[in-house]
Design a protein around this ligand. Structure first.
Ligand SMILES: Nc1nc2c(ncn2[C@@H]2O[C@H](COP(=O)(O)OP(=O)(O)OP(=O)(O)O)[C@@H](O)[C@H]2O)c(=O)[nH]1
Ligand SMILES: [Zn+2]
Length: 340
């Protein structure tokens, strides 16, 4: 009890500090705008948030004579917090900065729990989740399915990329290829390629074009290698950017947006690479297994848990071969790990 009170008090204090910091930022944005009245602020124009530093964001001008320029901007007091990938309307000032005056509606949101366990958006308008895996380290079906459920929940189209195809030349693995094929028969896009040897990278470039993507996957599968191959010469040391506040400097990890030379954008940060299942309900989990959808609502019992109940439409579909036993057991495993 005492412990809980303490942590509630701590949470309250953290929240208070954050609120005060946001209020200070709002005042600064207002002052920036006020001190520039009388035409010193340029005209309203569209922009894209490409990095986020607490109270300020870097905005890239997306059209007009400033197109391609990056400006560090404050946001107007009435605007909600912005994240990398947000599309905004902003006005340049005469000192290489600017003020954001409006936020465009988000198409998608990638969310993660913050230190207090509350879901917070970390990137906006991502429309491709690149799920990377490889023959080595050995993939866990379960992990891929978790990513797929998360993608379905966030309404972001997933792409399954099996990297290190070169390893299959020396140690063939028909089972793994069959597995990839099973996913593509479910309707998912899949690619087999090698970041190391450059095989199949053009297919990936074509998939990334016209999309805003994030890369996820377990450690060692080759996400950095792939990103480096696609973004030659970019400094990908994201995170650990310092932000100056009234009380000295504190470090934040920020997501950054990069443009692929062949088209399309990447949003990347260590936190985003860890994107996964957060708080989802039993129903959302079921919906996340796309081949289950036609059978949902057809069980004999309304509250069927699809474990061993008679008249379960999902179990019958497994029997009939319409749902694979592997995906069914993967669903059960994920269900057992969901917080109630
Ligand atoms: N054989 C082979 N090795 C590869 C390939 N791509 C990456 N690797 C190797 O796999 C290892 C891990 O690659 P990384 O790019 O660091 O993997 P990552 O997914 O970014 O790992 P984390 O940073 O830990 O998340 C490195 O030793 C790479 O050289 C490939 O196509 N073929
Ligand atoms: Zn059932």
């Amino acid at each position: 009890m005492a412990k809980r009170n303490l942590s509630r008090r701590q949470n309250w204090r953290i929240q208070k500090i954050q609120d005060e910091r946001a209020a200070r930022a709002d005042r600064r944005a207002e002052r920036a705008e006020e001190s520039l009245v009388g035409g010193d602020l340029g005209s309203e124009q569209p922009g894209l948030v490409i990095a986020h530093f607490g109270v300020q964001v870097d905005v890239e001008a997306t059209s007009g004579e400033l197109a391609g320029q990056i400006r560090r901007c404050y946001r107007r007091a009435n605007l909600p917090a912005l994240v990398t990938g947000d599309r905004v309307v902003w006005r340049p000032d005469n000192q290489q900065g600017g003020v954001i005056v409006a936020q465009q509606e988000r198409q998608t949101e990638l969310c993660r729990p913050d230190q207090r366990g509350q879901l917070k958006p970390v990137a906006a308008n991502v429309d491709r989740l690149i799920i990377v895996f490889a023959p080595l380290p050995t993939p866990y079906t379960n992990l891929i399915d978790r990513y797929l459920v998360a993608a379905e929940q966030a309404d972001i189209e997933p792409l399954l990329v099996m990297n290190k195809s070169d390893l299959l030349k020396t140690s063939p693995n028909p089972e793994l290829l069959q597995w990839l094929d099973d996913y593509s028969r479910l309707g998912y896009r899949t690619l087999l390629l090698s970041a190391g040897e450059g095989d199949g990278l053009d297919n990936l470039r074509a998939e990334l074009k016209d999309h805003t993507s994030v890369f996820v996957g377990q450690s060692g599968v080759g996400k950095s290698s792939l990103i480096n191959a696609l973004l030659p010469g970019q400094d990908l040391r994201v995170g650990a950017l310092s932000e100056s506040t009234g009380k000295g400097t504190h470090t934040t990890t920020t997501a950054k947006l990069f443009h692929f030379p062949a088209g399309g954008d990447l949003i990347d940060s260590p936190g985003i690479r860890e994107f996964g299942l957060t708080h989802i309900s039993h129903d959302e989990l079921l919906e996340g297994f796309i081949e289950f959808r036609p059978f949902l609502g057809h069980c004999r019992f309304r509250d069927c848990q699809h474990l061993h109940e008679p008249g379960c439409a999902l179990l019958q579909a497994v029997e009939a071969g319409d749902i694979s036993a592997i995906r069914m057991s993967s669903y059960r495993h994920i269900l057992s790990t969901l917080a109630n």
